[in-house]
Design a protein around this ligand. Structure first.
Ligand code: KG4
Ligand code: ZN
Length: 360
């Protein structure tokens, strides 16, 4: 049995968790900065880093206390090192290095995308991240900071097949909420207000799907773009006389149609990529995967030969458990980071998984 301490500070959540054998979550402590960033309608990097600094020690203490363990019981420290906001990532990394040095614990650097994907399997008795029968996997990772299609191949490579060229899907929700004075973060409030709306009331653009009359360039087949959608919403709101005029059914129809445009593009591209790369499994994860309309569409419209799995809602938004869960797979494989582990804002197109299935 091995306990891994997982530390996450890539964006606006300071999160620490203890997970047993990559599966059983013993604690999942999170300090969210949502209230601090709410007045700005988005995350302010320097503010985030300062908040991480004050939160990281108490959150770590809470994670250990809730799990009922001490640092002496922990086998390794895993920490997110990419991608994310550099000042924020550095807080988690340096804290993890301090623990690793002072307690002689192995250090593991974690790719945040892979952690989101691996988090899908936490507490799941039926599926495991290292189950060869699931591979290749197509993962749609959707959050406030990223919107990506990752293909996990049988040769142990995670390939970034598509990403957003501008705004992330979560940002599309957050910026729409800001425009309509609905508060931050936008996703949950838009989901709630859209429930009584008609998703076909308005036709918002589906960028990079080849639907605008121009053929889609092959290199953009699995890439996303949501900035045009945001502009289309702005025009729509202005046409109706401004944000204060949008209320009741008009607001619900607008938001349902806007949410529909996002979920439509996400699912179509994800399943297209799954087909193209011969995936057996489709995974939906990241903060936006909390969205009920997206989950339903993803699970119900997946092609028949594809097993579709949505991450449990409690592990969709950023958390330390997904970091500790993935960390265990590296721990088991004996893959560790050195003291030179550094923060990276972006990821390379390919990352190595801690296992592969194409060798005897
Ligand atoms: O993964 P996450 O906690 O942080 C990042 O790595 O960005 O995701 C936060 C994002 C925010 O943009 C938020 O609006 C979005 O996830 N989100 C949602 C919902 N809940 C959170 N978007 C749509 N529907 C939701 N129910
Ligand atoms: Zn995330």
């Amino acid at each position: 049995m091995a306990l891994i301490l997982g530390i996450e500070s890539s964006c606006d959540e300071t999160a620490v968790s203890v997970v047993e054998d990559g599966k059983r979550v013993l604690s999942n402590a999170i300090s969210s900065q949502i209230a601090k960033h709410a007045p700005y309608g988005g995350v302010i990097p320097e503010l985030a880093a300062r908040e991480h600094l004050t939160a990281v020690i108490p959150v770590c203490e809470e994670a250990l206390r809730t799990a009922g363990v001490g640092l002496d019981d922990v086998s390794a420290v895993a920490v997110t090192h990419a991608p994310g906001l550099i000042p924020s990532l550095l807080v988690g990394i340096n804290f993890a290095k301090g623990l690793s040095e002072s307690r002689h614990l192995p250090l593991i650097g974690i790719n945040h995308f892979l952690a989101h994907i691996c988090g899908t399997f936490l507490d799941d008795p039926d599926h495991s991240f290292d189950d060869p029968s699931l591979y290749p996997i197509m993962a749609l990772v959707v959050s406030g900071g990223h919107t990506s299609i990752v293909i996990l191949r049988t040769d142990g490579v995670a390939h970034l097949a598509g990403m957003t060229l501008d705004d992330a899907a979560g940002e599309a929700f957050d910026k729409a909420a800001k425009l309509l004075n609905l508060g931050y973060p936008g996703g949950p409030v838009i989901e709630r207000l859209a429930r009584t709306g008609n998703p076909s009331a308005y036709r918002f653009p589906r960028s990079l799907t080849g639907s605008a009359g121009k053929p889609l360039a092959e290199e953009n087949r699995y890439h996303f773009s949501f900035s045009g959608l945001k502009t289309a919403l702005l025009y729509h709101v202005n046409r109706l006389g401004g944000a204060e005029k949008l209320e009741g059914q008009l607001l619900a129809d607008t938001l349902a149609s806007y949410q529909e445009a996002i979920t439509d593009v996400l699912c179509r591209k994800a399943f297209d990529a799954a087909r193209h790369f011969g995936a057996r499994t489709a995974i939906l994860c990241g903060g936006v995967a909390c969205n009920g309309a997206l989950r339903t569409r993803f699970l119900e419209t997946a092609p028949r030969n594809l097993q579709a799995i949505a991450a449990p809602k409690r592990y969709c938004t950023d958390n330390g458990a997904m970091v500790a869960g993935l960390g265990w797979h590296y721990f088991r494989a004996g893959i560790f980071a050195g003291p030179d582990l550094d923060a990276k804002a972006r990821l390379p197109l390919e990352t190595k998984l801690p296992f592969r299935f194409d060798q005897a």
